[in-house]
Write a protein that binds this ligand. Structure first.
Ligand SMILES: NC(=O)c1ccc[n+]([C@@H]2O[C@H](COP(=O)([O-])OP(=O)(O)OC[C@H]3O[C@@H](n4cnc5c(N)ncnc54)[C@H](OP(=O)(O)O)[C@@H]3O)[C@@H](O)[C@H]2O)c1
Length: 325
């Protein structure tokens, strides 16, 4: 099969398209013909060996995919060849076929495209676990989303709107903010050109927001935290800016703010009941067409490296997809 390979730690430009043996479905696994794979921010980190979990080369990058089941391994029930599924792996998705644990895939609802299914899982789960279970966002709450036109950010905008919240979206360009508005954000702030804290305060009549979702970190975190209302929640999700912020704890003390983290892999094991409830609610909304990922760019398999570079260079609007027709 054709696969994109990282043969030594490096950059997206070092990736090569090559032929490797097609994997087989081992016990408990499915073999899936990949039709679409989504780029995620950590894909870049895997290539440099800089992710929390290092994978030694050679390996096939790509962690999120959708396609059709072509073979079912021993002990697997409930799936058959031809089933449309989406799932995630640590690495291996930028290839024509992927062998995956059956428990790591879900069925793609009828009427949902495989590209949308590939773009959905990681970012929407992250955003929903953060909004619903970590920040406790409900109808009428005001939530600030940083990096709001990125993968996690735009999913958070879509989901917060679906939950009935008022969304203040912050991002770095007019084009990104226009997309946030189109997806239902009521207030938009260009955090590279406007004063983030002052604009959030102005948009909340000086009261402050109920919650901040932050997948970016860096210099945006503190002004956003300063613009929380008393008792507000700050959810740290990631550091796409490359900088982990330090927050003066007196800011947390003075307004009784809760700062918490949410990490998708540990959330499933630490909070199994909330994860199961949230996942069921998410899939219901997805199948009903109430929420949908925005796909801002598409690349062929041979250009998967360019797709990763596109995301790393802060150019992506929503999700970037690698297509394998
Ligand atoms: N906690 C979890 O379980 C979890 C799950 C998935 C992802 N994450 C993390 O969340 C973060 C965002 O992931 P994502 O998939 O949303 O990524 P993404 O689609 O690339 O979006 C990241 C956003 O960060 C902003 N940004 C600011 N400075 C940047 C820089 N120097 N380089 C790149 N982007 C920059 C960009 O928006 P502007 O240009 O508008 O500033 C961009 O849209 C990553 O750190 C990822 O590892 C965490």
């Amino acid at each position: 099969m054709r696969a994109i390979r990282c043969t030594a730690y490096g950059t997206p430009e070092d990736l090569v398209l090559t032929e490797i043996p097609t994997p087989t479905a081992g016990p408990g696994q499915l073999l899936v013909r990949v039709r679409a794979a989504a780029v995620n921010f950590p894909d870049m980190l895997f290539l440099s060996g800089g992710y929390q979990v290092a994978v030694p080369p050679p390996f096939t990058p790509g962690s999120e995919f959708a396609g059709e089941v072509v073979a079912v391994g021993a002990g697997v029930t409930g799936f058959a060849p031809g089933d449309r599924v989406a799932g995630s792996v640590l690495v291996g998705a930028f290839a024509e076929y992927v062998a995956v644990q059956a428990r790591a895939v879900t069925r793609v609802p009828d009427g949902v495209g495989l590209d949308a299914a590939a773009a959905f899982g990681v970012t929407y789960r992250t955003a929903y676990f953060a909004l619903r279970s970590t920040a406790g966002i409900g109808a009428g709450d005001t939530v600030v989303v940083l990096g709001a036109a990125g993968g996690v950010g735009l999913a958070a905008v879509d989901l917060a709107v679906a939950l009935g919240a008022r969304v203040i979206a912050a991002a770095s360009s007019a084009e990104k903010l226009a997309l946030c508005t189109a997806r239902g954000a009521q207030v938009v702030i260009d955090y590279d050109r406007q004063n983030l804290r002052d604009e959030i305060k102005a948009a909340t009549d000086g009261v402050g927001a109920d919650a901040v979702l932050d997948p970016v970190g860096g210099r945006y975190a503190e002004p956003a935290l300063r613009a929380l209302a008393r008792g507000g929640r700050f959810v740290t999700l990631g550091y796409a800016s490359g900088q982990i912020p330090s927050i003066p704890l007196n800011l947390v003390l003075l307004k009784g703010i809760t700062v918490c983290g949410m990490e998708i892999r540990t959330f499933f094991t630490d909070h199994p009941e909330e994860a199961a409830r949230d996942t069921a609610e998410l899939h219901e909304m997805f199948a009903a067409g109430r929420i949908a990922p925005h796909i801002g760019a598409r690349f062929p398999l041979a250009e998967a490296g360019a797709a990763i570079r596109f995301v790393a260079d802060r150019r992506a609007l929503g999700k970037v997809i690698v297509e394998l027709p």
